[in-house]
Design a protein around this ligand. Structure first.
Ligand code: AMP
Length: 125
């Protein structure tokens, strides 16, 4: 089934400058900014600039350049914030919610980058 993309979602509005954010990183195809409701000391959202609803949609429809830029950007953000082990940090967790069972709230593909303290169990019941 093809994915529909609703450009009225909050991250699309951030990308268009209609809702304020404070980017911590930007590249040709990727933007990263703090989650408005941080769950850990470090809680950054990394999003592609293109209109992709979820992980599957991104992998199926984004160009190789967009995908490479995105995944490299995640590492750059982790290094920049000092949580990557390669930057002397204690590591980090990546989460991406995709669809209803995952409780994805914002229908624009994003990765939560969490760290700065122990992240705890992988999932809750
Ligand atoms: P998810 O459930 O994976 O779709 O997560 C969506 C995330 O977006 C939540 O953690 C929200 O706190 C976050 N969020 C919603 N609106 C904003 C906003 N304006 N700026 C930054 N983060 C936001």
């Amino acid at each position: 089934m093809p994915y529909a993309y609703d450009d009225q979602n909050v991250f699309a509005k951030i990308l268009r400058g209609e809702i304020p954010s404070t980017p911590v990183f930007e590249s040709a195809h990727t933007l990263a900014f703090p989650d408005i409701t941080p769950q850990k000391k470090v809680h950054i959202l990394v999003i592609p600039k293109g209109p992709y609803r979820c992980y599957d949609h991104f992998v199926q429809a984004a160009s190789d350049a967009e995908q490479l830029d995105f995944f490299r950007s995640v590492t750059k953000v982790a290094e920049q914030l000092g949580v990557a082990e390669s930057a002397g940090g204690q590591g980090f967790r990546l989460i991406t919610n995709s669809g209803a069972d995952s409780h994805q709230e914002v229908p624009h593909f994003h990765v939560h980058l969490l760290g700065g303290e122990p992240c705890g169990p992988l999932t809750c019941k």
